[in-house]
Design a protein. Structure first.
Length: 448
């Protein structure tokens, strides 16, 4: 009894957990890391789903190839009602008469049932198909992997775009808070007659510009969220928040290592796809060569036959027939078709080798370009960080000079403009560095 209560309790708990999980899913709210977003895309992104369906289709195609070598059994049935029984002319001398004699041979009703079986004993095409079935399956497996890598790249870049947008919004809001405080102080000092009205106009102009910039950033950020959800295959009306932060992303020069690795192109799925395609083309050459060889098939048949002039008694008497045999097909002359087909397949293999060589050079060039962009991006980002610090320091000093009466409001305004420009350049440099990191990982084949 205790065991039954325990089992019932466990089942009840599992049911409640399942209902709770379903309730969370129904809310359409997600809090994802970049890895969560990528995994979501693997199950929902359009191209990835179709590539996975292609893999399943390829599995069935392989089974189709294997099935060609299994016994093939077919059944048939015929029924004939001879409204006019066929007439046959025979020489009258056979029965002691002059001329030809007309005789009707046959019965009114005939029916035949037949079962035929065949089995491939030797067929070069089938043998090559069996040899190449794993390579064929591998082609679609690698295509599926390529789709997942493309989805990972697109989702990661979109994720970083949102993170950069959030950072941009934070910097804009910080500038607004600072200039709002200064604007309030300037308006108060203007009322006291300490500063001129033009000083107030300048800072109000800057404040309004920052408010507009913030509103634009918010709208752009909302679209960036939609873009991320689109890349993931998520409905854009779902609520998505990001768990990762910018500081979680490692940006350092060590990511550009392996510069002397001349075999890194083997890590790229694009190169692997071309290798697989080359193998399939080589199997096609074998297939074309097999067309010059004979084919041997075993055949068997069993056919019960029924004949009667009375329909009700048609199936009362059986006149069966049966046979077993071999069929040999030997190609003798095909108008040089097979020879020309073979040469075409051999040329296709040569083109595949050229494609591999070109892809190798292309990948090496991509690596060099991605490494250069990444290193340049890091250098630019570090410079922009320094420029941000300098711009804020200049603003701090300008404000002190202005408050002490040894500086002008124009100087403060220019310093505030420089801060905003430095912030914008930092945001752009940050995104470029993040994107170049993704491109570098893709170039090295690190995205699996």
């Amino acid at each position: 009894m205790k065991y039954k209560l325990l089992i019932a309790s466990i089942l009840c708990t599992m049911a409640l957990q399942s209902q709770a999980q379903q309730a969370v899913q129904d809310t359409g709210t997600y809090n994802f890391t970049v890895a969560d977003c990528v995994n979501y895309a693997y199950n929902h992104q359009h191209d990835v789903i179709n590539a996975n369906l292609d893999v399943k289709s390829a599995e069935y195609h392989v089974k189709e190839i294997i099935g060609q070598g299994l016994p093939q059994v077919n059944g048939s049935a015929n029924f004939f009602d001879y409204l006019i029984i066929p007439t046959t002319l025979i020489p009258g001398s056979f029965i002691g008469q002059q001329g030809n004699v007309k005789l009707k041979f046959g019965v009114t009703y005939q029916s035949t049932l037949s079962v035929t079986a065949s089995q491939i004993l030797f067929d070069p095409s089938y043998i090559v198909g069996l040899q190449g079935r794993k390579t064929y399956q591998q082609l679609y497996d690698r295509s599926y992997t390529r789709s997942k890598i493309a989805a990972s790249v697109g989702v990661t870049k979109a994720y970083y775009l949102v993170l950069v947008g959030i950072e941009d919004l934070k910097l804009t809001q910080a500038n607004i808070d600072e200039i709002k405080q200064q604007m309030d102080e300037t308006i108060a000092r203007n009322k006291q007659g300490v500063v001129e009205k033009i000083d107030v106009d300048r800072i109000v102009y800057q404040y309004n510009s920052l408010i507009t910039s913030k509103e634009n950033t918010i709208r752009t950020l909302a679209f960036d969220y939609q873009l991320l959800k689109f890349q993931m295959g998520m409905p854009i009306d779902r609520q998505l928040t990001l768990r990762d932060k910018l500081e979680d992303v490692q940006l350092d020069a060590t990511g550009a290592e392996a510069a002397n690795d001349t075999t890194v192109y083997h890590q790229r799925i694009e190169y692997g796809l071309l290798e697989t395609q080359k193998k399939l083309n080589e199997y096609d050459v074998k297939l074309k060569k097999g067309q010059f060889l004979p084919k041997l098939t075993a055949n068997a048949n069993y056919s019960p036959s029924y004949q009667n002039n009375n329909f009700g008694s048609l199936y009362g008497t059986n006149f069966p027939s049966s046979y077993v045999g071999l069929s040999l097909t030997v190609p003798i002359f095909t108008g040089f078709q097979h020879s020309n087909q073979l040469k075409q397949s051999q040329i296709t293999v040569l083109k595949s080798e050229n494609d591999l060589y070109d892809m190798k050079n292309n990948i090496n060039l991509q690596i060099s370009q991605a490494r250069t962009s990444y290193v340049n991006g890091l250098q630019t980002l570090n410079d922009q960080k320094k420029n941000m610090a300098l711009a804020n320091e200049i603003l701090r000093v300008s404000k002190i000079k202005y408050e002490q009466g040894v500086g002008s409001s124009i100087e403060v305004t220019q310093a505030q403009t420089s801060v905003r420009e430095a912030d914008n350049l930092y945001i752009q440099g940050l995104y470029n560095a993040l994107v170049s990191k993704v491109d570098l990982d893709q170039a090295y084949g690190r995205i699996k």
